[in-house]
Design a binder for this molecule. Structure first.
Ligand SMILES: *Cc1c(COP(=O)(O)O)cnc(C)c1O
Length: 340
C-alpha cells in the first residue's frame, strides 16, 4: 500500500467523476461553443456572486493572467514573501507582466492591512507604481492557514483608497470555506478577481477557474489566448469540475480531520520537535535536530509513506480524497511505531 501525502494534486478521478467526464457534451471552446465549459464557468460565477468566470488549464496560468490584466509593465505587485505568485510560478510576474514584487514579511503567508499600507509606494517618479495586492487562501507555504475575513475587509478598504486591484489566489479556497464555515459570496464581494484550483482538494485531473467582472474576464480571455491557453473540447475536464463542486466540497472536512489526527500523533512523538498549527489539510512539522530530515523522509518511504521535505528541516504531509480510512489506520500505526 502506498500512502501518498506529497500533495493534494496526486488524486486520480473517481468512478463518478470519470462517468461525468465520459458523458459530457462538448464543443470547440475557442469558439465559445463548449456547453459544459460554459456551465462550469456560470456555476462558479453564480456561487461567488461574480459576473463572469474563465476556465484555465492551471492555477499558475489563472494567476498570471490575473496579474497581467491588473497591471502595466513597470508596476508593482504587493504580496507575502511566501506567496505562490512570487515563489512558485517561475518568476512569471516579472516575465509575463514586467512587474516588480514588494514582499510583505507576514505570518504563515498572511499579513495585515497596516503592512499593505506601509508597502504602497508614494506617487513619485522614482518609484514603481503600486497597482495590485495578491492574497493567498489557504496559504500553501504557510501550511494551509486560513485568513481572517475581517482583515481581508480592511485590506480591501486600503485597496479602494489607494486604487489598487485586489486578487485572491484561492487555489485551496474551498478548504478555507469548509474549515471556517464561510460562504463563497463573502469572498466574491471582497476581491476583483479570484483564482480557484479544481485539481487540488477537489480532485480533478486538471483545471482552474478565474472569477471577476465581465470586463476583467473579457480581458482575461484575450490574455489567455496570448499565453497559449485556448482549449478546444475541454468540456470533458469542465465536467470533472462540475462533478467535484457537487460531490467533493463537503468531504474536505474529512481531509481536515485526518490532518488534525496525524498532527496530534506527531506532536506526541519523541522524534518530532515542532508541529505547526493545522487548520485544513496540510501538516507542516520538524524532526528533532538529531534526525536528518532526508533520512526521515526515506525511512517513511520504505514503509510506503510518501511525504515532502521542504528544506531547512521542514517536512510536509498533505491529505486528500485518495487517502482512505484504511490508509489512515496504517499510517497511524507506522507513525506510532517509528523509532530512531
Ligand atoms: C497549486 C497552487 C497554485 C496553482 O498551481 P498549478 O500547479 O499551476 O495548478 C496556485 N497557488 C497556490 C497557492 C497553489 O497551491
Amino acid at each position: 500500500m502506498i500512502i501518498n501525502l506529497l500533495s493534494d494534486t496526486v488524486t486520480k478521478p473517481t468512478k463518478g467523476m470519470l462517468e461525468a467526464m465520459f458523458n459530457a457534451q462538448v464543443g470547440d471552446d475557442v469558439f465559445n461553443a463548449d456547453p459544459t465549459v460554459n456551465e462550469l464557468q456560470e456555476k462558479l460565477a453564480v456561487l461567488f456572486g461574480k459576473e463572469a468566470a474563465l476556465f484555465f488549464p492551471s492555477g499558475t496560468m489563472a494567476n498570471q493572467v490575473a496579474i497581467k490584466l491588473h497591471t502595466q509593465p513597470g508596476d508593482q505587485m504587493i504580496c507575502d514573501k511566501w506567496a505562490h505568485v512570487y515563489n512558485f510560478e517561475g518568476g512569471g510576474a516579472a516575465v509575463n507582466s514586467g512587474v516588480t514584487s514588494a514582499l510583505i514579511d507576514g505570518d504563515r503567508g498572511m499579513f495585515t492591512a497596516e503592512q499593505v499600507q506601509q508597502m504602497i509606494n508614494p506617487d513619485d517618479i522614482h518609484y514603481a507604481t503600486s497597482r495590485l495586492v495578491c492574497v493567498e487562501n489557504t496559504t500553501n507555504k504557510g501550511g494551509g492557514a486560513c485568513w481572517d475575513l475581517n482583515e481581508l475587509k480592511k485590506i480591501m478598504q486600503v485597496c479602494i483608497e489607494n486604487k489598487l486591484a485586489f486578487h485572491l489566489d484561492g487555489a485551496r479556497l474551498f478548504n478555507a470555506l469548509v474549515a471556517k464555515n464561510e460562504q463563497p459570496k463573502q469572498y466574491g464581494e471582497l476581491f476583483d478577481t479570484i483564482s480557484i484550483c479544481l485539481s487540488k482538494g477537489l480532485g480533478c485531473p486538471i483545471g482552474s477557474v478565474l472569477l471577476g467582472s465581465k470586463e476583467h474576464i473579457k480581458k482575461a480571455l484575450r490574455i489567455r489566448k496570448l499565453f497559449g491557453g485556448g482549449m478546444r473540447q475541454v468540456g470533458y475536464m469542465a465536467a470533472a469540475g462540475i462533478y467535484a463542486l457537487d460531490n467533493h466540497v463537503e468531504r474536505l472536512e474529512t481531509d481536515h480531520e485526518n490532518a488534525t489526527k496525524i498532527a496530534a500523533i506527531l506532536k506526541a512523538s519523541l522524534y518530532i520537535k515542532k508541529v505547526e498549527p493545522v487548520e485544513t489539510n496540510i501538516v507542516i512539522f520538524y524532526t528533532n535536530d538529531t534526525i536528518n530530515d532526508v533520512d526521515f523522509v526515506n525511512k517513511l518511504k520504505t514503509k510506503g509513506v510518501l511525504i515532502t521535505s521542504m528544506g531547512q528541516g521542514k517536512l510536509r504531509m498533505v491529505f486528500h480524497l485518495d487517502i482512505t480510512s484504511q490508509m489512515m489506520d496504517v499510517l497511524e500505526d507506522i507513525l506510532i511505531d517509528l523509532t530512531f
